[in-house]
Write a protein that binds this ligand. Structure first.
Ligand SMILES: [Zn+2]
Length: 171
């Protein structure tokens, strides 16, 4: 599932990319251009603008309820059942392209020494060359990702507890 996010929701767009989802976002774009792109690339439009959603016709849309990025992200994951597809550090947040694994020895000259020492894995954007890493716990982003993954675990447990709806009676 691919997304296009309206101008007002920059933080949501960034976080969808951090979590690995194909997401395009422009801080400035006219409605017709935005809708044309959504149509052309088969993207789901995420917006808090009812006027824009009304104009979207046959483009799939989701009205975003919250004003905060955290519940916004949860709403998108819930609505499209995307929790199992969350893959942090798999997409460049600038270019929206998939990252490539970077062997540790090749990261040496590309990151700060403490990052090189502590990070557990590295990835690089094939387009802009930006290096991403995990495992340092120095980035605010890592804490937030952990929180999101914990929420996913909770949801998975809830799912597992749900009685199966297959018509059989429990003995
Ligand atoms: Zn990039």
């Amino acid at each position: 599932m691919k997304f296009i996010v309206d101008c007002m929701l920059g933080k949501l767009a960034k976080w969808l990319k951090i979590l690995g989802f194909d997401t395009v976002y422009f801080s400035k774009i006219e409605d017709p251009a935005l809708l044309a792109l959504a149509q052309k690339e088969g993207r789901v439009l995420l917006s808090r603008d009812n006027g824009l959603i009304e104009k979207s016709r046959d483009i799939k849309t989701l009205f975003i309820e919250s004003e905060d990025w955290n519940p916004q992200v949860e709403q998108v994951l819930d609505e499209f059942d995307l929790w199992p597809e969350v893959r942090p550090y798999s997409r460049c947040i600038e270019c929206n392209v998939e990252l490539k694994d970077l062997p540790k020895r090749r990261a040496k000259n590309l990151v700060a020494p403490f990052v090189y020492e502590r990070a557990t894995s590295f990835a690089i954007c094939p387009r802009c060359g930006r290096v991403f890493w995990k495992g340092t716990h120095h980035q605010d982003m890592e804490f937030k990702i952990d929180e999101i993954l914990k929420k996913r675990e909770k949801r998975e447990k809830k799912e597992a507890k749900k009685p199966q709806n297959n018509g059989e009676k429990k003995k």
